[in-house]
Design a binder for this molecule. Structure first.
Ligand SMILES: [Zn+2]
Length: 413
């Protein structure tokens, strides 16, 4: 989809435009500001990490972010009914917008000890990198742009969104691009997720997740021997499914991650359930895999002796969708990705394209311009209690984001 921003010349010659921007005095002062504010960024990062934000429980963080946005002087700070938080750089109009987002939620359930600590340049705490670092990057950029004299040709909206992780299933982003006023004006989205400067996402890894359940009458292992056994039916379906071939390219995978059922060794179980995860960058391959899963489950069921299938349907199965992240294949040629590559060349960053499942899946699947990059610094132990973020070179990541944003929006002399 062609961009509707004004800086078309910048799009054709990003390298030149970036060099011009990097020479500007106001850009220099913004760089300096991003470097000098490091201690403040650390305070924000630790404060945020210590606020719980399990999937579907982000309210306290939304509140915190709204207060920060207001304190920075962003325009029309508000949140929607899900808890997504917004703040504009300039007073909003109906013109196309560049969005910059970071997810607020973590994988950690309520009750997790969210203590943080600092050792030299290293911060420790669950979620400190994924995605407190991303939220801090949004705040840093909002703050730097708000203070600078740079006049951007198009407006930017800063977004802290809910529901990226696990069972959140991208609900925050999905809402933004389906039932909110943003779905028309938000032409491009730059997602900041985690640490680092070495990648950018060009392909949205799609996933479909299912819970498969077989149910039967159940009974005694000896006296009811012969009645259909849900665990065996489920096993047969899964074994058959796992024997199928999946393509190497586009890479397509499946996993059975959870299985449970039955109550005791001498009972024929009444039910058996499995959770299955299917992934691919190709929508068609995902659909094919999903169809095969249905086929295998149906086949296992249809082999049950007729008396146990007919009438009051003593043996039943159900396939419930428990996750759905859209896939999108080729975002590699978008203007946004070209700009990031040019910015990386300018800053001497060696980066590589990445296939990933992030908030950018939603706009990418709609044909919008979007990618996901890191917030700078370095990180590790994501989704564990040992998670860390190294602040060394955070400002390189922030410079990278700033130059990308300025090139995308265009800057008036
Ligand atoms: Zn994340």
């Amino acid at each position: 989809m062609p961009s509707r921003f004004s800086a078309e010349t910048a799009a054709s010659l990003p390298q030149k435009e970036i060099a011009r921007l990097a020479e500007m005095r106001a850009v220099h002062s913004a760089f300096l500001y991003l470097h000098n504010q490091e201690m403040e960024f650390r305070r924000w990062q630790r404060e945020l990490t210590e606020i719980p934000a399990p999937p579907f429980g982000e309210a306290a963080r939304s509140h915190w972010l709204r207060e920060r946005f207001t304190a920075l002087g962003l325009e029309q700070v508000h949140q929607d009914e899900l808890g997504n938080v917004f703040g504009y750089l300039q007073p909003p109009s109906s013109a196309p917008l560049l969005g910059m987002s970071a997810h607020l939620d973590t994988v950690f359930p309520l009750g997790t000890r969210l203590e943080t600590r600092e050792e030299g340049n290293r911060l420790f705490g669950p979620g400190i990198s994924d995605n407190a670092a991303g939220i801090v990057a949004i705040l840093a950029l909002a703050s730097a742009l708000k203070r600078s004299e740079l006049r951007l040709s198009s407006n930017v909206v800063f977004i802290g969104n809910v529901g990226e992780e696990g069972e959140g299933d991208l609900r925050g982003m999905r809402h933004l691009f389906s039932s909110s006023p943003w779905k028309e004006t938000l032409q491009s989205l730059l997602v900041i997720d985690g640490a680092g400067t070495d990648t950018y996402v060009t392909q949205a890894l799609g996933s479909r997740r299912f819970e498969i359940t077989f149910r039967g009458p159940g009974g005694h292992s000896w006296s009811d021997f012969g009645i259909p056994n849900p665990i065996l039916l489920l096993s047969r379906a899964l074994a058959r499914f796992s024997e199928g071939e999946v393509p190497q390219s586009p890479r397509t995978t499946f996993n059975v991650g959870v299985i449970h059922g039955g109550t005791s060794v001498n009972s024929i179980p009444e039910s058996a359930t499995a959770r299955v995860d299917l992934r691919s960058a190709s929508r068609e391959e995902l659909q094919r895999l999903e169809a095969r899963l249905h086929e295998c489950v149906n086949e296992a069921w249809s082999e049950v002796a007729l008396p146990y299938r007919a009438g009051d349907a003593k043996v039943r199965f159900a396939i419930e969708t428990i996750g759905d992240r859209p896939a999108a294949e080729s975002a590699g040629d978008s203007r946004m990705v070209k700009v990031i590559r040019a910015v990386d060349a300018h800053l001497g960053i060696k980066s590589i394209p990445r296939l990933a499942s992030t908030d950018a899946n939603v706009p990418l699947a709609l044909g919008r311009e979007a990618t996901t990059i890191g917030s700078g610094g370095d990180g590790g132990g994501a989704h564990t209690l040992r998670e860390w973020f190294d602040c060394t070179n955070r400002d390189l990541g922030l410079k990278r984001i700033l130059l990308t944003v300025l090139t995308l929006t265009g800057v008036n002399e």
